[in-house]
Design a protein around this ligand. Structure first.
Ligand code: SDX
Length: 431
């Protein structure tokens, strides 16, 4: 039996020996679960830059080498050979489905693709220009009223059906939101269409536009959703796990994750990238001015789509999407100028000492918006597409946490830096 690795900590004048946890890919963590009880000290790590919140079997990232694997399968292999439905099954069940399992899962998704008809009335009460991420978070939270049995035991026993419900209905909710903002009649899902086919058809078919499905576009959408399907303990997934750790139901936990993803530092960046590229285009394509502003510490401006907490190398997802960009955009002349600006911006950034020294590379959001545009999606739907892609990852992490007998409610500590004790002063005596 290999000797357990230990770490020694000298603190408060005493030496403490702590266990070292070694992951299946050789990652190491110091187990500090005894630290406070034995020394009275806690650790402090703003933004959890160095702090693991859990062990997980779902996704592995090597940020230095730009490696991403779901349940051990490389993102490159899955994009080449798999589909979003199959990858969702893999993330949820830790194995690729056989033919029968894949057909059953696909049928389950179809069975749950309709939204409760009463939920349609919600859309009439949002302002016409409500952001679809706001609608998405609200509608997913409302699902716990329309699909009850949300107590933990029922959730745990029916997780596969609830997962299928969320995976399928999130797409319907998104399409209804888009149709509502367009003032168009909603389009119902069709039984014989696969996941991405139904998605594109619900988005772009109308009584006066007999939208034809194009195999390349269906494939491009499936690959984009696969690329977003999970990313270990990112901000929104950590939010889903934290809310779920209080035994809040899955719908409420996912709704919280949707809210976190909306932030422009996180999933909202794909929309911010296009807004940035369009602004550069409108101002004559001068990327130097924007790069200078991003480097100026007096400015809060950042180049959206660059930098990553974990990847200190090129985001492997951005590599795949960049290649897809050139293919999907080749017959889309109107978006070519934005792709040209993006390519020039990347080239300039990768040669600039400021970005090189901080290991800032394009991330998943830098090119994804250009492909979404070429598929016909409006920019305010880009983060919604990110959420639809991330749904299987969020559910897989919630399920892993809920099924872990050692899981506890998440409740970080703090170091208090406020006022020492003060006596109460009656209002008449206050200055
Ligand atoms: C996603 O975590 C995940 O896995 C997320 C995600 C997923 O799949 O779930 O991958 C999806 O959220 C991708 C990231 C999308 N966000 C953006 O593109 C927004 C722009 N990028 C950033 O604001 C930033 O890079 C973050 C938020 C992504 C990461 O921030 P960190 O890890 O907290 O790094 P930091 O803010 O401490 O930056 C380190 C340095 C700073 O400069 P110094 O103080 O050292 O001088 O790099 C600078 C930053 O100012 N910097 C940038 C920059 N990103 C970091 N400078 C200019 N432009 C940028 N984009």
């Amino acid at each position: 039996m290999a000797k357990k690795e230990k770490a020694k900590l000298i603190v408060g004048g005493r030496e403490l020996e702590l266990d070292v946890i070694v992951g299946s890919e050789g990652e190491r963590a110091i187990d500090i679960s005894r630290l406070r009880s034995e020394t009275g000290y806690i650790t402090l790590d703003e933004g959890f830059m160095n702090t693991g919140s859990c062990t997980s079997d779902i996704t592995f990232i090597n940020g230095e080498e730009g490696v991403l694997r779901y349940r051990g399968y490389s993102i490159e292999d899955l994009c080449e050979h798999s589909t979003f439905t199959e990858v969702s099954y893999l993330l949820l069940h830790n194995r690729l489905p056989n033919l029968e399992q894949r057909e059953n899962f696909s049928r389950l998704l179809n069975e749950h693709s309709l939204l409760h008809e009463d939920m349609r009335h919600f859309y009439n009460n949002f302002p016409h220009d409500a952001h679809p991420m706001n609608i998405l978070g609200t509608m997913v939270n409302a699902m716990s009223s329309f699909y009850p049995n949300v107590d933990l035991l029922s959730m745990r026993d029916n997780i596969d059906m609830t997962a299928a419900r969320l995976l399928s209905k999130i797409r319907t909710i998104a399409c209804y939101a888009y149709k509502k903002t367009m003032g168009h009649p909603i389009v119902y899902p069709q039984k014989d269409f696969k996941y991405c086919e139904n998605f594109l058809r619900m988005m772009f078919w109308s009584p006066v536009n007999n939208y034809e499905l194009d195999a390349d576009r269906v494939r491009a959408l499936s690959v984009l959703l696969v690329l977003h399907a999970d990313h270990e303990q990112n901000c929104s997934t950590s939010t889903v796990r934290l809310v779920g750790s209080a035994h809040a139901n899955l719908y409420a936990s996912i709704s919280a994750g949707i809210s976190a993803l909306w932030g422009p530092l996180h999933g909202g960046a794909n929309q911010a990238v296009i807004d940035m590229l369009e602004k550069i285009h409108r101002q004559g394509g001068d990327i130097k001015k924007f790069i200078a502003k991003a480097k100026d510490k007096k400015s809060s401006f950042r180049l959206s789509g660059f930098g990553h907490r974990v990847y200190k190398n090129y985001d492997p997802r951005a590599k795949i999407i960049k290649k897809m960009c050139s293919r999907v955009l080749e017959d889309e002349a109107e978006h070519q100028p934005l792709l040209d600006i993006a390519l020039r911006l990347e080239e300039a950034v990768l040669q600039d000492e400021y970005f090189i020294s901080r290991k800032l590379y394009p991330n998943v959001d830098f090119y994804s918006g250009l492909v979404y545009m070429a598929l016909g999606f409006p920019t305010n739907m880009f983060t919604v597409l990110f959420a639809i892609g991330r749904m299987p990852g969020w559910i897989a992490h919630w399920k892993e946490m809920i099924q872990n007998p050692k899981a506890k409610i998440g409740r970080p500590r703090q170091i208090y830096t406020g006022s020492r004790q003060r006596d109460y002063v009656p209002i008449q005596q206050r200055s």
